[in-house]
Design a protein around this ligand. Structure first.
Ligand code: GCU
Length: 568
């Protein structure tokens, strides 16, 4: 159900009682049944009563010291009162649960969801009782061999009910979904659709944009779907002018309002065009972590901190890595005029040959696109990061996924991110079969950190296959501990700011000679938690490639990047 903020919701955020189940025995004890003693001699060896209270939304790791490193199961319980009138329907909606969720209502399982970063919902119209009801959620953030992501990833595995939980009440027949965006290549034509749920026969549909004096009328077909096709002269959305319109969709039995911007994103040769004009993507990578809270970001305030910082750096673009971020990030970026790159966590080693994986990819992609397809700030879907051509089935599965994405959304750019390039004799050789299916040649390179320079950065050469496409450096950089100037500035193993600064000086020099360069994206905005970073003098469980420390301190490299963007 798209745009839940605009619907008739009851928030279930706040206190949830939990049972921490690090051994996983809660399944065998069937804790969701909340058994009570029947006889004097009965006893029950679990209870939510007396247990800890965690806040929802919010990862569980950062809420209790005992849970800091938990990769396991936490059972959450939330009672709620409801009185549902018979002509209404009720849905239980989760913004995200990382990684596996099993959801119970009044002791009965109502469904499961896999994937830690996309929303899901269950209809509970016929299951909710008048009066007090109880939800139990089994949240399990253990890594799965055939998961997406798989076992290995370079970010903190924050578990739990990490985003909003709401009840959504609707009419019998309601506007379940809609897609309202400019068609690709057009500055004035909207081509989309509206989908009713629960429909029986055709309904009149009206789309109103008061600021444009626009009322578009159509009808749904027997399946409840109505195609939309109308023209208007829009004040187009852009970083300089993040214009959005109040758009109301009316059906015979429902009405919903969204705030929608209109813009056109496309490529032409080596260039990315926004509203038919070439634009250089001045990006920065951002993980979904509030650096000051050392926790999963989930709120409007968290989004504001991260995105204001990107604006201060001079960005017009943010790559939200490596998974779909919460909806506040997407909404806030759009308001601030930041173009957004969204990505599903197809990260490095994925078991593409596992028979369950293609379906999981389809579901995760569908959930990401469905949630944010009306957000004009989102200009690009990224379907993988640093996967290996040698992994069985990787290329075929991802080519198929790319084709499916193009069917889901014809209006945005689609890409994969590679680091399959080779670097010899100060020459980059860039090729991967997936580039044929990508709108960008997006690559991560860490010359100056993981790989030493082989010559003068300004004399580097590039052999790029598919050279008629825009080139995008989706990651570059190196590590430094803020305030650390102790040690030789030319030796990596001291994590000095000068060493990181030099990487940025050299990289920005190199950028001047990359043919078809259409954008760059330093890795990354803030130092962030990643337990594989175990140098206990300098990293202490942090990936220190941030331009800013986790305490908000700008490193010397930040100023190099700021200067580069100011002069772009
Ligand atoms: C990779 C990867 C990032 C990772 C980074 C690093 O390119 O995409 O997720 O954190 O390199 O090694 O710091």
């Amino acid at each position: 159900m798209v745009n839940y903020h605009a619907r008739n919701t009851t928030s279930l955020n706040g206190d949830w009682r939990v049972i921490v189940d690090s051994t996983g025995i809660g399944d065998w004890r069937q804790v969701w049944q909340e058994k009570k003693p029947q006889k004097k001699t009965d006893f029950v060896e679990y209870s939510f009563d007396g247990g800890p209270i965690l806040q929802v939304p919010g990862d569980f790791n950062s809420q209790m010291p005992e849970l800091t490193y938990l990769e396991g199961i936490v059972w959450y319980k939330k009672p709620f009162d409801y009185s549902l009138t018979e002509d209404k329907r009720l849905f239980l909606y989760f913004g995200a649960v990382n990684y596996m969720a099993d959801v119970y209502l009044n002791g009965e399982k109502i469904g499961s969801h896999e994937g830690g970063f996309t929303p899901f919902q269950f209809e509970i119209t016929d299951k909710v009782k008048q009066g007090t009801n109880t939800i139990v959620v089994r949240a399990d953030n253990r890594r799965q061999k055939n998961g997406i992501p798989g076992y290995g990833y370079d970010w903190f595995n924050y578990g739990g009910i990490t985003r909003d939980v709401v009840l959504i009440e609707t009419n019998e027949i309601f506007i379940e979904d809609y897609f309202i965006q400019l068609e690709k290549g057009s500055l004035d034509t909207v081509h989309g659709w509206v989908q009713l749920d629960g429909t029986r026969g055709s309904q009149n549909i009206e789309i109103k944009i008061p600021e444009l004096d626009l009322i578009y009328k159509t009808q749904t077909d027997a399946t409840g779907r109505a195609e939309i096709h109308f023209k208007s002269s829009f004040d187009l959305w852009s970083p300089e002018n993040p214009k959005r319109y109040k758009v109301t969709i009316n059906s015979a039995t429902d009405s919903i309002t969204d705030t929608i911007g209109f813009r056109c994103i496309e490529t032409q040769g080596n260039q990315v065009l926004l509203n038919k004009k070439p634009i250089f993507l001045k990006g920065v990578n951002i993980h979904e972590e509030n650096p000051y809270k050392r926790a999963r970001a989930y709120s409007e305030g968290d989004a504001s901190i991260l995105l204001e910082s990107a604006k201060e750096l001079g960005c017009n673009f943010v790559r939200l890595v490596h998974y779909p971020h919460n909806e506040y990030m997407i909404e806030e970026a759009e308001k601030k005029g930041l173009m957004v790159w969204e990505e599903i966590p197809v990260y490095q080693h994925i078991e593409f040959a596992d028979s369950s994986v293609p379906q999981k990819l389809d579901t995760m992609l569908g959930e990401m696109v469905s949630r944010d397809k009306n957000r004009c700030g989102v200009v690009l879907w990224s379907l993988s990061n640093e996967t290996y051509p040698s992994t069985p089935d990787r290329t075929d599965v991802l080519i198929d996924l790319t084709k499916k994405c193009r069917k889901l959304d014809t209006t945005r750019l689609i890409t994969h991110v590679m680091n399959t390039q080779t670097y010899e004799d100060n020459t980059f050789n860039v090729w991967d079969p997936l580039y044929e299916y990508s709108d960008l040649i997006a690559l991560n390179e860490y010359i100056g950190w993981y790989i030493p320079w082989q010559g003068n950065p300004s004399q580097i050469k590039w052999n790029i296959t598919f050279s008629e496409k825009p080139v995008f450096i989706s990651e570059f950089g190196g590590e430094a501990l803020y305030g650390n100037h102790a040690g030789p500035a030319d030796e990596a193993n001291y994590w000095t700011e000068n060493y990181q600064e030099k990487i940025y000086v050299d990289q920005t020099q190199m950028f001047e000679n990359i043919p078809g360069l259409s954008g760059v994206c330093p890795w990354l905005l803030f130092d962030y938690r990643s337990l594989g970073r175990m140098n206990q003098v300098y990293q202490k469980g942090y990936n220190r490639k941030g331009l800013i420390s986790e305490n908000g301190e700008k490193k010397k490299a930040w100023y190099i990047m700021k200067h580069y963007y100011q002069n772009k």
